[in-house]
Design a protein around this ligand. Sequence first.
Ligand code: NAD
Length: 498
Amino acid sequence: MREITHFIDGAGFTGASGRFGDVMNPNTGEVQARVQFATEAEVDRAVQSALKAQIGWAQVNPQRRARVMFEFKRLVEARMDELAEILSSEHGKVIADSKGDIQRGLEVIEFACGIPHALKGEYTEGAGPGIDVYSMRQPLGVGAGITPFNFPAMIPMWMFGVAIATGNTFVLKPSEKDPTVPVRLAELMMEAGAPAGVLNVIHGDKVAVDAILDHPDIKAVSFVGSSDIAHYVYSRGTANSKRVQAMGGAKNHGLILPDADLEQATKDIIGAAYGSAGERCMALPVVVPVGQKTANEVRERLLAEIDNLKVGLSTDPAAQYGPVVSAAHKAKIEGYIQTGVDEGAELVVDGRGFQLQGYENGYFLGPSLFDQVKPAMKTYQEEIFGPVLQIVRAETFEDALALPSNHQYGNGVAIFTRNGRAAREFAQRVNVGMVGINVPIPVPVAYHTFGGWKRSAFGDANQHGMEGVRFWTKVKTITSRWPEGAVEDSAFVIPTMR
Ligand code: NAD
């Protein structure tokens, strides 16, 4: 059986923990490889490699670091088909969606190609007599990233793209469920010209994560995953005096006002709810039509769209979504569907029991649709992360606005309307970090910044864009004086700019 090793100091590294994770093919339910789980000492080995590489890497001028990013982008683009195929076979998302996963990561690499500009400091000439003040952004040292299964290309690139371009070196701990693409990315980063140790990959579970969180030479940790783990990572990492950004789960709402283009809105919501089998932190699993008439019409339109949905193999170009990632996750989603029924929501379409002929052991689920979902229900309050769409009916704009605003998660939200004034007011008032106006999945472009609010993110720095640059650097401010003329007397009071 294929064994996936760590990647340390520019080469594959075979760990000796004797602990492994199975890497499944979600289409068939078969084990296709096993991935090594790191010990604390193996994590330390990766950190030592990164530490050794960091001083030299930080001295490489920003333009040369940017050239490595340009070349990395070219290499990844040249291998897009191969990488997307591997990604789909381990994750279960369809090939076109895997390409989107890689492409969204590359957009952050494109941002990182402009790092010389982003790293320019500030300068004040003549802040006082003969005094100039300027600032510079310097790398932190060794950074680490801990990433979820659902975007095994994009999220690692969000993190290491900006971290490496700003002069840090990096240790990545990707999800153990789909670990092959992250290792391929590290290999390509070396091929692109990054010295050994600039990007290391270690695989594993809580043992590896804890070793990262406790390691004195790791200065910053970026985490994306579920909220309880995000909170744990944030607490333990910051207790160890690290800089931590920890993105968590989500439950994104799509409001539909009565004046919206209902045909377009329902098509957008179907794609955003069921694409990637609902396994996106920016999926739209809750639709909130305003008014009963809108709700009834939206429900009918959703039903018609669901009728035409095609669930299939991740390799099937005609499939709109493939299997979910694991048997355990499939069972968890089915459990939520049963809970929804038990707590009194109306199960309009039941996706349980869906089977693909010849692939009966695959982790497939048909689309499910609930109506009459109420805010007090557990299935509304929690993240399901599967192909399950819930209709929560609201009577007024205010009622609809209150739903995402009061929810424990605050990652993304969308509003569908033709009324610019209502959209503007919504964007201003809603208590959520990323807002779409007639945009169902409002993932900001790479030169803006990604991050939710409330239990969707712990820490105060977002991913990528200038927030990413700030997260991965520390600022140094220099006050310089070149006096002219006579020697001045000693000053015993705090200097001020009179
Ligand atoms: P997860 O929390 O199970 O795993 C994320 C990472 O944490 C993995 O690398 C995993 O190995 C590690 N981990 C798991 N259990 C751990 C433990 N007990 N202690 C320490 N580390 C542990 O998440 P997942 O299932 O891989 O991904 C799905 C979740 O990620 C969803 O909740 C989704 O909303 C969220 N997500 C959020 C964003 C965002 O930007 N807000 C983006 C993508 C995914």
